[in-house]
Design a protein around this ligand. Sequence first.
Ligand code: MG
Length: 225
Amino acid sequence: MLDWHRIETVLLDMDGTLLDLRFDSQFWLKHLPTHFAAHHGLEPTVAQARLEALFDVSRRKLEFYCLDWWSEQTGLDIVRLKDDLVHLIEYRRNAREFLAAVRQSGRRAVIVTNAHRASLDLKHRHTGIIDLVDAVESAHDHRLPKEEERFWSTVHQRLRFDPAKTLLVDDNIDALTAAEAFGIAHLLAVAEPDSGGERLESARYRALEDFALLQPIAPLAREAC
Ligand SMILES: [Mg+2]
């Protein structure tokens, strides 16, 4: 599926790519609406409509992923509420093994995520995911979402990867499009980001069914000095 001899750096999204999106889907589409309606004494349909309006104004912006913004807008402690569903946080099939294989091959594995730091901390507490990669780049640190080409430019300034020799795996098609516009050469979508949800269809990007299909990974050839 990939020519590993042409890849030096592996960038990976977290939610829906390395981790099952089921936690996030259940939280935003079920848990939050239920608590939002109860907290404000709203009919479920009214609560749903108000939340959808918030999704619409924030989509593709940093606010969409900012837990502080959501707490302000809803009057709820979003970070606390997420604790209710931690039993749903888990790796996608063969993701952990893939990370180990990437690093064992001599390549860098970097998480590149729109997730808020509090969300990242929560996921790490339940999976240890940060310990399995070389670096984490959060959109919130750059003040830009992954859907913007400028985000990839700022990440590039920090990581100094060769875009022509970099792979990005992400379930966010807009993020893949922005990364491609920046110049990242190897791009894969994710066929099934949410184990309990719909499949992701993309006409433009090949969708990865299972991380096992990207293995074995050829060792990174080091240039002689
Ligand atoms: Mg994602």
